[in-house]
Each structure stands twice: as C-alpha cells, then as structure tokens.
Design a protein around this ligand. Structure first.
Ligand code: NAD
Ligand code: DAU
Length: 361
C-alpha cells in the first residue's frame, strides 16, 4: 500500500480512517476524493497526523474524468471506497441522489481501477486492492429469534439507501468475477464516535440533550441495532485490506444489540454524570416518541466470527466505554459542532424530517 485513494474521506468514517491510516502506516500517501456534500467537511480533517502525506481533492465520484485522472496522476494502488449517500431517512425523502452516488459512483471507480490496473497495468494487479465499505442493511431485517447476519446471508434490502448499497456490492463482486479485479468487501453494522454528522441517532441525541431539546425516538424505540465504535471499524478495514482474501467479504460488528431506547437512556445517564448541574438533568425526561420511519427495519445483528478467527480482529470498545468517549468528544468540541450545525442545509433537514413527524405519545 503506497498510494491509497480514499473516497468520502471528509465524512464520518472516512475521516476517522484517514487519521487511523496516517498513524499506522508510516509511508502511505492518502489521496482523499470527496465532493463535500452536506455530510462532508474539512473540519473533520483538522489536526491530522503527518498532514504532508494527505492530499485533498474536492470532486465527485460520479465524474469519470476526475476519477480516471486521479488513478493516472497518483499511481493509485489501493482504494478504500467510503463515499456514499448514507442516511436512510434522506433516502426516503429523496432517493435519486442515492442511485447516482452509490451505484453510478461505484461503477465509475470500478471502471477506473480496471483501466489502470488490468488494462494499462500501471501497478501490479497482484498487489493492488479495491476495498468496498458496505453495510449490514443490505441483508434486510431480522425477526426476534432469527440468527444474526453473516457473510452468507441472502440480500434483502428494504430502503432506497440499502437497495443502492446492495447494487454497489453486486457490482464490486461482478468486477472481481468477470475481470479479476482484486476486491475485498466489508459489511458493517451501525458506527458511532467522533465526527459523526449530527443528524444520525447518537450525536443527535447528545446535542439535543445538551440544549434541552426533545429527543425524538421513532415508533416504540424497540428497534435493535448492533453498534460499533468507529475506530474499531477502521482497524477492521485496515486489516482486511492488508490480510483479507481477494474476492472475499468480511462481516463486521460490535457484538451488542440494544434497542434504540436503551441507547438513548444510556446517553442520558452519561450526560447526567458529566453535567450534574445541567438544568436539563435528568436528560431522559426529554425523550419524545415521534412517528416511525416508513419501512423501518426492526432488528439487525451480525455474526463476526469469520473476521475474529481468520484475521484476529476484535472490537476494542464496548458500548459503555464507546458511548462515554463519544459523549465526552461532543462536549469537548463545541467549535466543530457549531461549524457543522450552522450550515443552512442542516437546519432545512431538521425541519423537513421532524416537523411532519409530530409526537406519537
Ligand atoms: P457520511 O455520510 O458521514 O460521509 C459520506 C462522505 O462521502 C461525505 O464526506 C460526502 O461528502 C462524501 N460523498 C458523498 N457523495 C459523494 C460523491 N458523489 N463523490 C465524492 N464524495 C461524496 O457517511 P459515513 O457514515 O462515514 O459512511 C461511509 C461509508 O460507510 C458509506 O459507504 C456507508 O454506506 C458505509 N457504512 C456506514 C455505516 C454507519 O453506521 N455510518 C455503517 C456501515 C457502513
Ligand atoms: O446499519 C448500518 C447503517 O447504520 C449504515 O449503513 C448507515 O449509513 C447509518 O446511517 C446507520 O443507519 P441507521 O438508519 O441505523 O442509523 P440512524 O442513526 O439514522 O438510526 C439509528 C436508529 O435510530 C434507527 O432505528 C432509527 C432510529 N432513530 C434515528 C433518528 C435519526 C430514531 O429513533 N430517532 C431519530 O431521530
């Protein structure tokens, strides 16, 4: 790994991954291609270790010329593909951009890699890697007694977001089977931690609680997710790129499955502890039940035994320690919070998503 193209590196997981990589790979050069949509920000890339090894390029993965030029100009030998539209609620209100970015954008990257590595042979295809970062949501939803998802679970996506991610996974595997493109994939569960855009559950709840605003729990709050601290996900991706088998998929998750309500209550308890004099304590009194997400998947869970036994990966944070770190990080970074939330598109989104929901009880 010498010149790695990271797509979506100004977003939540991508920026954490770049930080991780610069720390753990002392000679790698990172070329970060990001369109800086509402979800991406250069504020996520401040204070990088070894910033001289990070090159930021503002551009769209749907633009084939931009992508092709990057492969030619930077001798790219590795791709870590994070760029995506990633928010399920946004995919319900506006699915078109998900089809463009997640499917057409992934196709462009695969074509550029095929051209550079297999046709023009600019780098040795034996050492090149295209790593695709995907989600557990492609597998659909679980009933209470179903076994967790694993690498062999059949695809059954149920939202425009998960359907577009499923399509991109299929394209990545097709390029491996048809052309021999050296790919690996990870399907991961819900991430949380520093730099997560504050419209996702955990940062939204932390920041609303801080300001004494309602904590909007969808439906009955008993939907189950499997939560992984973002740095643990970065370590898993790094390991798969270095030691994973070409053509293979690795399921990644946190080995915990609390209902959403438990997550929100735990955040409130941590906030009560960190801010005992807050006028909003006990923060759990701010919980408000609101109208559910249409087609809301009830339960996700992941069997992570393959990556544990084959690559020796293990989540380092449990939910309690990861949430405590995350709450601390948001409390300690008010400038980042106001830069991100001050944007017009954030306020517009909050109005669009929550005003029509109302309170359920
Ligand atoms: P995010 O929404 O925080 O960031 C996405 C980044 O991609 C942003 O910086 C955005 O500007 C960039 N981007 C969007 N469209 C682009 C385009 N057309 N061209 C270039 N850049 C573009 O997302 P995230 O939560 O960091 O997720 C990253 C990846 O991980 C996604 O592929 C997502 O499906 C996957 N994933 C996320 C989670 C999670 O819990 N967040 C879990 C599993 C998998
Ligand atoms: O499972 C992996 C996926 O996790 C990733 O592929 C997605 O990119 C990522 O956004 C995440 O999807 P979710 O839909 O699970 O995340 P979100 O934070 O939007 O919601 C988490 C749960 O909390 C979900 O059951 C919906 C619920 N929720 C969410 C919000 C924003 C609420 O109850 N209230 C809210 O206001």
């Amino acid at each position: 790994m010498q010149n790695i193209l990271v797509t979506g590196g100004a977003g939540f997981i991508g920026s954490n991954f770049i930080r991780y990589l610069l720390e753990h790979e002392p000679t790698v050069r990172v070329i970060n291609l990001d369109a800086l949509t509402y979800a991406g920000s250069l504020a996520n890339l401040q204070d990088l270790p070894s910033p001289e090894r990070h090159i930021f390029v503002q551009g769209d993965i749907c633009d084939a010329n931009t992508v092709g030029e990057l492969f030619r100009n930077h001798a790219i030998d590795t791709v870590a593909h994070f760029a995506a539209e990633s928010h399920v609620d946004r995919s319900i209100l506006g699915p078109g951009q998900f089809v463009q970015t997640n499917i057409v954008g992934t196709f462009n990257l695969l074509e550029a890699a095929r051209q550079a590595w297999l046709v023009e042979k600019r780098v040795d295809p034996q050492t090149a890697r295209f790593h695709h970062v995907s989600t557990d949501e492609v597998f659909g939803t679980l009933h209470p007694n179903d076994p967790p998802f694993d690498e062999n679970t059949a695809y059954s996506p149920r939202s425009p977001y998960s359907a577009s991610k499923a399509a991109s996974d299929h394209l990545v595997r097709a390029y491996n089977h048809t052309y021999g493109l050296p790919v690996t994939l990870t399907n991961c569960t819900n991430n949380y931690g520093p730099y997560q855009f504050p419209e996702k559950l955990i940062p939204l709840m932390i920041l609303n609680a801080l300001e004494g605003k309602p904590l909007p729990v969808y439906g009955d709050g008993m939907q189950v997710r499997d939560w992984l601290y973002v740095e643990d996900h970065c370590e898993a991706i790094h390991l798969v790129i270095k030691r994973g088998i070409v053509g293979e998929t690795y399921a990644v998750g946190g080995n915990n499955q609390p209902p959403n309500l438990e997550i929100v209550n735990t955040i409130c308890e941590v906030m009560d502890e960190y801010l005992p004099k807050s006028a909003h304590s006990p923060h759990a009194s701010l919980i408000k039940y609101v109208q559910d997400r249409p087609g809301h998947d009830r339960r996700y869970a992941m069997n992570i035994s393959r990556i544990q036994s084959e690559l020796g990966w293990q989540p380092r944070q449990n939910l309690q320690s990861g949430l405590a770190r995350t709450v601390r990080w948001y409390l300690d970074h008010p400038e980042w919070v106001s830069a991100i939330r001050g944007r017009e598109d954030f306020q517009t989104w909050m109005n669009n998503n929550y005003t029509q929901r109302g309170h359920k009880k």
